[in-house]
Design a protein. Sequence first.
Length: 344
Amino acid sequence: MSKIEAFELDVVISDMQMQKLSGLDVLKAATRKDPNTQVIIITGFASVGTAVRAMREGAYEYLTKPVQPDALTIKVRNAIERRRLLITLAEQEKTLQMHHEMIDRDLILARQIQASLVPSNFTTDGIDIGIRYRPMIGLGGDFADFYRIDEERLYLVVIDVTGHGIAAALLVSRVCHEWRRAVQQAPGPGELLWQLNEFFIETFFDTPLFLTIMAVEVNLRQRRLRYAGSAHPAALLQRNGQGFVRLDSQNAIIGFAQADKSTFHSASLSYKPGDNLLIYTDGLVEAETTGGKILGLQGLQRIIRQEARGSTALKTAEAIVDRVVEFTRAEPGDDMLMTVAHLF
């Protein structure tokens, strides 16, 4: 037993029955010192049952007396190989665990970075904006933003990249930068979508990713909306907390094909004080229960009617998303983003 404590042993060979201790005692001492040490038990026929017990408690193998030298040599060789494999496996598991911990740290940081890209609220004379974003798996492909052009006009945009996870989140980060660069030139909504499509085709044409977008220019003085959408769910203008007007997309999905600027269309309509503008991603209308029931646009409108009287646009957006999640009664299967603008 002193040698077991003193040396790092590959294999220990022990008789089962000895005067002062048993093979089980040797097994426990050896594996306590090094779980990868392989123990071979030598036993007489009468103690085979005990030897089987030793196997259950971690012995590598047992041999019955009389022991054949060739058989013992093979067992020892195999035991040494097993120990080598166990050590290698432990090292690989340790390395894998370190990589997992590193990835977990990076994902936490990535979530913080992505969250910083999406503003939560903004209020000025004539408008109160609130944004609630709930990614499906911590990182997602939804994005929302607003940009004040001047004292009279500001832009609202909601973007949804196809797919989820890290690739979609990285693409959102790049698209966010391009959107903020393009919107500073204050183009019309149709031209803005054309610029993003040109950028996307040039930069990401070889990827299987696309994006939908709804961009709305709000003129606070004229109380008018100009909007353009590319394969995005219809935005909703809720008239004084009651009926809805759909702001439907007029253009093809971004990134599918290059197109002339003249093919990107926009539209406009007026609003009145007390109206609400809601722009969202398809994760809300396509929310589904475990039983397969889909919320749909009418279901979302019903929730909006019930929650649109929130004290602020942010609280309204949060309440709507929370109600949709409650509807699913499970973890949602898609990212969810809701932008609410109370118009005064």
